[in-house]
Design a protein around this ligand. Sequence first.
Ligand SMILES: C[S@@+](CC[C@H](N)C(=O)[O-])C[C@H]1O[C@@H](n2cnc3c(N)ncnc32)[C@H](O)[C@@H]1O
Length: 230
Amino acid sequence: MFLRNRFVQKLGGGFLEQFAVRTWSRLLFRALGSHKEKDVVKLLRKIQRERKSLLTAFEAYLVYSVARAQTKRPGDFAEVGVYAGASAKTICEVKGGKTLHLYDTFEGLPPTSEKDAGVHRTGQYACSLESVREYLQGYPDVHFHKGLFPESAEGVEETTYAFAHFDVDLYESTMACLDYYYSRMNPGGIMLSHDYSLLDGVKAAFQEFFVDKTEEIIELPTSQCMIVKL
Ligand SMILES: C[S@@+](CC[C@H](N)C(=O)[O-])C[C@H]1O[C@@H](n2cnc3c(N)ncnc32)[C@H](O)[C@@H]1O
């Protein structure tokens, strides 16, 4: 555990992290290319080249695939943790007529708590709202909510959801996402989170939140987990 945390901390946010994600993804994209739709693999590769992102090729594929499936369910789409907009663009590519709500401080991570095991630093993964807005221009019905989530969700409390993607790295932010979205997900709606098996704070939030719920945490072979709302 200690070694894993040190490893993630060392990679955190810089050139090394991007290098590791891209090098590993090169292999994973090859694997995907051998049996998935060529156009989808090409698109995800292009997005990874365009923007800094922490999603490996398989993780990006899962975001794409789950979002695409959820277009058939009632409700809006949301992402908390946008950074430079790579996963948001992936969702935009498949969302069709769905409304997408994007939440980020656009000033990087808020302060960490003890449960985050010192892996991140405040302000890490900052990317300006203007830059992400420009990157996603042309996609209809995309709403940007700048500020600390969940305070930044003021005004859309009545909205319900078909798909919510969380990529917030921290215990308190993950807990805020679960607290906010759980009751707003429509039956069959999916919450997908990055870093469940990689970051202690993210895992702790999921495990604490779902201890008394009917839904099971579905752990995926990537770092992700998902919940299907009953
Ligand atoms: C790892 S990055 C997201 C990566 C992105 N999904 C991608 O495709 O590369 C984590 C993001 O979560 C945001 N974040 C974390 N906690 C937050 C909170 N409580 N409110 C708003 N943004 C938050 C940070 O600002 C940061 O941009």
